[in-house]
Design a protein around this ligand. Sequence first.
Ligand code: ATP
Length: 239
Amino acid sequence: PDHVPILELKQVQIAYGQIKAVKGIDLALHAGELVSLIGANGAGKTTTLNAIAGTLPIAAGDLIYDGASINSLPAHKRVQRGLALVPEGRGIFTRLTVEENLRMGAYIRTDKAQIETDMQRVFEMLPRVKERLAQVAGTLSGGEQQMLAIGRALLSKPKLLLLDEPSMGLAPLFVEKIFEVVQSIVREGVTVLLVEQNANLALHFSQRAYVMESGQITLTGTGDALLHDPKVRSAYLGE
Ligand code: ATP
């Protein structure tokens, strides 16, 4: 049922050796939501996404996805269960072609017959990627590489997509395009957790958001409420 979150973090702590990067956070996402995580550099946003994806272990607390604890589930099994991450810096294979990169996203799937249908769906969403299927991925522009990274994640057929700073380093036109793509992904029924430096855009497009500071969540609310919050305006919206 809808009132059960698709993802829940309960008092999650994440550490790099002795350094506590995330100090006991609670977070919940409901199916179909677009939720963003904003905050200054070093607040712990990337660390949090990596722990949800399973590329970093948690030191304490609970990660609950789709009704079950995933605390000790390896990253690739999380992908199989519909949890995909588009990492900071995109992580595309620069020497492979665009098409090879896309197909990598579908690598772990068992429903091979469905893959071609999903390729078409990704092409509709990302026409620019379709035009460049045979091109070596390393020769794409930053914006195109980001589109490709999103397309590759979509081919794993996620229920929950984690996006780490998709607009980073992109020209304004591409930033706009990325946010349009994120919206179309949400319209297709995928739940999205978005980490963004561009707090203004993130809050405009998100139903809800969490503000992180020094490893803790200090504020949460609807995108609209946070856009009008004086603390958020002065700390993150440059006012
Ligand atoms: P950014 O926007 O810079 O990515 P962030 O909010 O995503 O910021 P994190 O990258 O999660 O922040 O970093 C949180 C804290 O953990 C920071 O203090 C950072 O210095 C520290 N940290 C991150 N990665 C490592 C690492 N591999 N080893 C040690 N400390 C790390």
